[in-house]
Ligand binder design. Structure first.
Ligand code: MN
Ligand code: MN
Length: 316
C-alpha cells in the first residue's frame, strides 16, 4: 500500500502568468508514453506481479521503491500544469462571464479539455490530448526484461524532459523539468546498476543516455549540489531496505558514491493552495459557501479552530 504525505517532492515557483500552450506541452510529462504516469504504473505493476520476491528481494525493493517516488512525480507534474493554468488575478464571480477563457476558446492554442472538461486542471493525457493508456505498461514476468525496459523508459523520459524544458519557458515548467531531469538520471543509473549486478553488462557504456548533462540546466543545479543526482530516497518507514544491495557503487558520469537515504518526508516543501478560478463556471457552491459548510462540519467533528493541513501560501 501507499502511505501518503501531504508534501511536494520539490518546490515550484508561485503562479505567475497563465500559459495554456505550455501547459498542453507539459501534459506529455504526465500522460505521454514516456511520462510520469507510465514510469509510475510500469514499476507499480511490475512490483504487484513480482513472484518469488524473497529470492530476489533487492530487485523487488528497488522497483517498488522507485514506483513510490514516481507517484510524487505525477503529483508535481499536475501541480506545474495547474499553476500554468492559474490566473492569479482571480476573477470575481460577477465578472467571470465577461472574461471567461471559454469565450475565446476557438483561438486558444492550449488543450480545450483543460477548460471544458478539467476546469483549468491537469488531465491524464499526453500533449496531443490523448488519454494515457495501460498499453504503456510493460510487465513481462521476467526480471531482466523488466529492468532493461525500465532503463530505456527512463532514458526516453529524460529526452522528453529535455525537450519540454527547451520548448516551454514558463517558470513552473522549468522548475519541474529541472528537478525531474535529476531524478530521472538517478533512476537511469539505478536500473543500469540493477542490470549490471544481475548480468555484468553495463548499459550506461553500451547506450549512454541523453548527452546533455543535467548540470547544464540551471534549474537542475541546486539538486545536483545537494547530491540528489546520486541518491535514492527510501519511501517507506521500515520496508524496501534491500535496494541498497543493488543501488551501489559509483555514479557512472561523476564517479561519486551512490547512496540510499532515509529522511523525514515532512521536511519536503509544503504544497501550494491555488486560488479558485471562477471564470470556468464551477456550478453550485462558491468557495465561501464551501468554506462555511466545512467550518461547521469541522466544529461538529471537534477539530481545532485553525485548519490543521499545511500549505505554502495560505489564502485568508
Ligand atoms: Mn519520474
Ligand atoms: Mn523515474
Amino acid at each position: 500500500m501507499i502511505l501518503r504525505v501531504d508534501r511536494w517532492l520539490a518546490e515550484l515557483p508561485p503562479p505567475s502568468a497563465p500559459d495554456p500552450e505550455g501547459a498542453r506541452v507539459v501534459q506529455e510529462l504526465m500522460g505521454g508514453k514516456f511520462g510520469e504516469m507510465s514510469t509510475f504504473l510500469n514499476y507499480t505493476f511490475q512490483s504487484f506481479n513480482f513472484r518469488e520476491r524473497q529470492a530476489a528481494r533487492p530487485f523487488f525493493d528497488l522497483i517498488s521503491n522507485i514506483a513510490a517516488e514516481e507517484f510524487g512525480h505525477i503529483e508535481l507534474v499536475a501541480a506545474a500544469i495547474n499553476s500554468m493554468l492559474t490566473d492569479d488575478k482571480s476573477i470575481k464571480d460577477e465578472l467571470a462571464m465577461a472574461k471567461s477563457p471559454l469565450l475565446g476558446l476557438p483561438s486558444l492554442a492550449g488543450n480545450p479539455h483543460h477548460y471544458v472538461n478539467g476546469g483549468k486542471g491537469a488531465l491524464p493525457q499526453d500533449s496531443r490530448g490523448l488519454p494515457w493508456t495501460g498499453d504503456n505498461v510493460f510487465s513481462s514476468g521476467d526480471l531482466l526484461s523488466d529492468l532493461t525496459h525500465n532503463y530505456f523508459l527512463e532514458t526516453g523520459a529524460r529526452s522528453g524532459k529535455l525537450r519540454v524544458y527547451e520548448a516551454v519557458d514558463h517558470p513552473a515548467a522549468r522548475a519541474l523539468t529541472g528537478y525531474l531531469l535529476v531524478r530521472g538520471g538517478v533512476h537511469q543509473v539505478a536500473y543500469a546498476r540493477a542490470v549490471e549486478n544481475l548480468t555484468g553488462a553495463d548499459l550506461t557504456k553500451l547506450f549512454p543516455g541523453p548527452r546533455v548533462p543535467s548540470d547544464a540546466i540551471k534549474e537542475s543545479k541546486p539538486y545536483i549540489e545537494k547530491g540528489d543526482h546520486r541518491r535514492l530516497y527510501r519511501f517507506s518507514p521500515d520496508d524496501y531496505r534491500e535496494l541498497a544491495a543493488v543501488f551501489n557503487g559509483n555514479h557512472p558520469e561523476t564517479g561519486e558514491p551512490l547512496e540510499v537515504v532515509d529522511e523525514d518526508p515532512s521536511a519536503r516543501p509544503l504544497p501550494q493552495d491555488l486560488p479558485a478560478q471562477n471564470d470556468v463556471f464551477a456550478p453550485g457552491y462558491s468557495t465561501e459557501e464551501v468554506r462555511e459548510i466545512a467550518d461547521k462540519l469541522r466544529k461538529q467533528a471537534g477539530l481545532p479552530r485553525a485548519v490543521t493541513g499545511d500549505v505554502a501560501h495560505p489564502s485568508k
